[in-house]
Ligand binder design. Structure first.
Ligand code: 3PG
Length: 395
């Protein structure tokens, strides 16, 4: 892969540098729950401000449909100001005239954040008009947003055609190094395990099917596991699951068997009436989920069995927590598995916004060889796909 890095650009004094980051952090009522994705971009931002560049930052937050105020980047601009220990300007206007004014007012060594890029018309359409507007006066475009690079969106893809010079940021460099390591494991046909969770099979269907081609073992947790458990004829009570995906779940298990890949489902779960910490948790095997309760965490027997099985693998990739980790005690399964991974050999990679949050919440960073900021991006890269944002920055 052919790309320039920030070390190729030493002379940036007074130059306007546009940096795409992924500040898509977990939020609740305007509060940032975990700032790991912001911290991860600090080396890139500092490198540029230290060189006297005028740094314009773009990011998305969530999936806005109507420019919802709760998805504004203002709280993130405030957080960045604290982390950088310097003032950060925020441009709330999304029209060209506001953006151009804000860029013109930006001083060397200073940082400006634009409003949520998904508030702008055309961002998710890889639109050339928006790309041209964003790139106005820009000397250098930097893609540091690995976690967004699986999207063919304007700010990671089309933009690259409109800028004179482009480079990958320091976080992106690390992410690309990690992908190389993963690729080697695949080339050498080493034993690969993937632990995947998420709310819905329907949104992960393509990914799940592709995982079966190269993983030896896929461990499924979270709400997604409930659909698989239900597909095997078990009652899942009031657990979140997708009734219309039962056939699909069954078919995935069959496809896995044909591909010599084993799917592992929880054999026990922790239930309650609701995900509330003041409610008594009930540990049951999956054939005993009470009709009035929902599965909220993976059980301890499952965690112990999975850890035992994972001892066989050379590459272990974790994408997602094992339960409702935000609410104690339903974080036990996640915390235990992450903690015990530390005892295992192999190259252990975790990725995704929620996964990062769960790792920091449990203080289990030491269990991983690499913690990627990418979730979907990491899995798509693992499938061997060239991500649109990486292709555009390396062309
Ligand atoms: C992520 O959290 O995986 C990235 O920020 C991408 O977000 P998206 O799935 O909304 O494109």
């Amino acid at each position: 892969m052919n790309y320039k890095t920030l070390s190729n650009f030493e002379n940036l004094q007074g130059q306007l540098v546009l940096v795409r980051v992924d500040f898509n952090v977990p939020m609740n009522n305007g509060k940032i729950l975990d700032n790991a994705r912001i911290q991860a971009h600090l080396p890139t931002i500092k490198n540029l401000t230290d060189k006297g560049a005028r740094v314009v930052i773009i990011s998305h937050l969530g999936r806005p449909t109507n420019n919802e105020p709760e998805l504004s980047l203002l709280p993130i601009a405030n957080e960045l100001e604290k982390l950088l220990d310097q003032s950060v300007s925020f441009c709330s206007g999304i029209d060209k005239q506001f953006i151009d004014q804000a860029k013109a007012a930006l001083k060397p060594g200073k940082v400006l954040i634009l409003e949520n890029i998904r508030f702008f018309d055309g961002e998710t359409d890889n639109d050339t008009f928006l790309a041209s507007m964003l790139s106005n006066d820009v000397s250098l475009y930097v893609n540091d947003a690995f976690a967004s690079s699986h999207r063919s969106h304007t700010s990671v893809d089309a933009i690259c055609k409109f800028v004179k010079q482009k480079a990958v940021g320091m976080l992106m460099e690390e992410e690309l190094r990690n992908l190389n390591i993963i690729d080697k494991f695949k080339q050498e046909q080493k034993k690969i395990a993937i632990i995947s969770s998420g709310a819905k099979i329907s949104t992960k269907l393509g990914l799940l099917r592709n995982l079966l081609d190269y993983a030896d073992d896929v461990f499924i947790a979270g709400a997604m596991a409930n659909t698989f458990i239900a597909s095997q004829g078990y009652e899942v009570g009031t657990s979140k699951h997708e009734e219309d995906m039962l056939k699909e779940a069954k078919a995935i298990i069959e496809q896995a068997a044909d591909n010599n890949c084993q799917i592992h489902l929880p054999t026990d779960v922790v239930c309650s009436y609701e995900p509330k910490s003041d409610l008594e948790p009930t540990a049951v095997s999956i054939d005993n989920i009470p009709a009035s309760m929902m599965a909220l965490d993976t059980g301890s027997e499952t965690v112990a069995n999975w850890i035992e099985k994972l001892k066989e693998h050379d590459l272990i990739l974790i994408n997602g927590p094992l339960g409702v980790f935000e609410v104690s005690p339903f974080d036990n399964g996640t915390n235990e598995l992450f903690k015990q991974l530390n005892e295992l050999g192999g190259y252990k990679v975790a990725g995704g916004g929620d996964t990062l949050y769960a790792i920091h919440k449990s203080g289990t960073e030491a269990s991983f060889d690499f913690i990627s900021t990418g979730g979907g991006a990491l899995l798509e890269a693992l499938e061997g796909k060239m991500l649109p944002g990486i292709k555009a920055i390396t062309e």
